[in-house]
Design a binder for this molecule. Sequence first.
Ligand code: TRP
Ligand code: SF4
Length: 333
Amino acid sequence: MYSSKLKMERKRIVSGMRTTGRLHLGNLVSTMENWLRFQEEDECFFEIADLHALTDRTDYSEIKDFVINMGIDWLALGIDPHKSTIFVQSNMPEHMELYTLFSMITPVSWLERCPVYKDKTNGNNAIQSLSLGLLSYPVLQAADIAIYKATHVPVGIDQAPHVELTREIIRRFNSFFGEVFSEPQTIMTKTPKLLGTDGRKMSKSYGNVILPSDSIDFLEEKITRMITDPQKIRKNDLGHPDICSVYTLHNFYNSNKEEVADECGKGLRGCVDCKKQAAKEVYNHYSEYREKRKFYTERIGEVYEILNEGTKKARTIARQTLDEVMECMKINY
Ligand code: TRP
Ligand code: SF4
C-alpha cells in the first residue's frame, strides 16, 4: 500500500538549461544540485535548451560545442540516463509544433511584460534588432513544459516568470479547448548564492566565473583575486564571513565551514590561507566530476547515443500530448 501511495505522489519534473557556455559553479550550485536530488525520487525530463540559446545571437558557431559539453557535464555531474530522460531541444519537432499552436492563443501583451524581454528592450542590455524568437521565448518554454504535462518545474528566480506565463497559457488553452493540461508548480529551492571573482553574482556575462574543471592553480589564482571583508587586512583582524565572497565558497564546499567562520571572526585565520583552502575544497569536490568528464569526453559517441535514447523516450510522450492537442483544436486530419 505504502509503495503505491508513493508512486502516485511521484512528481513529473521538467527543467532545462540554455546552452550559452560552459557550466560554472553558480549554475551547478543553483540548479544541478537540485536536479540530482529530484532524479532519485521523481520522473525527470531535462532539456538541453539550444533553441533558447539562439534567441539573442546570430553567431551560432559555438552552439554545437556547448550542447555536447552540456551533455558531458550533466553525465559527469551525476545525471543518470537510467533515472532521468535527457535530450536536446532542437531534436524535438513536437515542441516546435506545440509552440506554434500555443502562439495562436498567447496575447503579445503577455510576452511584452516578461522581464527577460523587457531587459533586452530597455536599459543597458538592450539589443538592436530584436527577434520574434526572443519575444516568443516563453511560449517555447511553455511548450517544453506542457508537452510532458509537468507537475513541477524547478528553476531559478529569473525563470519563474516564464513558468507563471506557462500556467497562464495552459489556463487559456484549457478554457478554450478542454482540460488537456494541468498547471505545473514552480519549485524555487533556496540555495546558497555563490559570488563571482569580482564579488557580484557569478554569471558568464560578468566574466567572473569559476569552472568545475579549473585546475588547482587556476582556482587559486582566481580565488586569490576575490574580495574578502575589506576590514580584514591582517590575520589577527576580526573578520566578517557574511560579507566575504570567499566564504560563499566555504559555505557550500567546505564541511567545516563553521570552523572557518569562527576562526575568521576571532582573528585566528588569515585570508591568504583561507583562500588557498577554499580553492582546495572546490578542487576536491569536483575530483570525481573531472574523472567522469574525461571518461565521457573520450566517448563522445556514447554521449550522443544517450541523448538520442532520451530523445526517443521523450518524443513518444510528446507525440501523445500533441495528438491530443490537435484533436481538441480540430486540426487532426
Ligand atoms: N529558459 C531556461 C533557461 O534559460 C531553460 C529552459 C528551457 C527551461 N525550457 C525549459 C527551464 C523548461 C525549465 C523548463 O535556463
Ligand atoms: Fe573571508 Fe576567509 Fe578572509 Fe574571513 S579569513 S574574510 S572568510 S577569506
